[in-house]
Design a protein around this ligand. Structure first.
Ligand code: ZN
Length: 159
């Protein structure tokens, strides 16, 4: 799994956030949901502070570090005869893996956390070159390309 950083989409909720990243996830308890929301909110505030170059709050750092210190989802190779470890992934393990990703990305301090040139949302640039300008090429990147194309077409017609 590649490192990634994202937060709970308020509209779709905790279950969708975790199911989108982890297979074989055990059902979430009420406490799991509260933990997921606390971790997601802390990561979101830290990422925004990083993108905007403001101070990271120590409480948010503590929250991420606490989750990262618990057992995570063990890595596994595909193609073996049997599954090692538990048949399901506990939500607490999923949250630990997310927190560890966040630690690695936030500790890198490589300028890859920034705001989208289109919508202004914060994103993590995981491209090889590290010079992505948009949160997504499908939405903001395409919109910018279409706008640039229209501007060129207009100036070509007016000459
Ligand atoms: Zn965007």
């Amino acid at each position: 799994m590649t490192l990634s950083i994202d937060f709970i989409d308020r509209a779709s909720g905790v279950g969708v956030w975790l199911a989108g990243r982890f297979d074989r996830l055990a059902p979430a308890t009420g406490r799991d949901a509260a933990d997921a929301e606390a971790l997601s909110a802390a990561i979101e505030r830290l990422v925004v502070a990083t993108a905007d170059e403001t101070t990271r709050h120590a409480d948010d750092v503590d929250t991420v570090n606490l989750f990262a210190a618990t057992p995570d989802v063990p890595p596994a190779l595909e193609g073996g005869h049997r599954r090692a470890g538990a048949a399901t992934v506990r939500v607490s393990q999923a949250l630990s893996s997310i927190a560890r990703d966040a630690v690695a990305i936030l500790a890198a301090a490589d300028g890859r956390i920034r705001r989208c040139a289109g919508c202004g949302r914060v994103f993590h640039d995981d491209s090889r070159t590290g010079n992505r300008r948009w949160c997504s090429m499908l939405t903001c990147g395409n919109r910018a390309k279409v706008a640039a194309f229209r501007a060129r077409t207009r100036s070509a017609q007016s000459t």
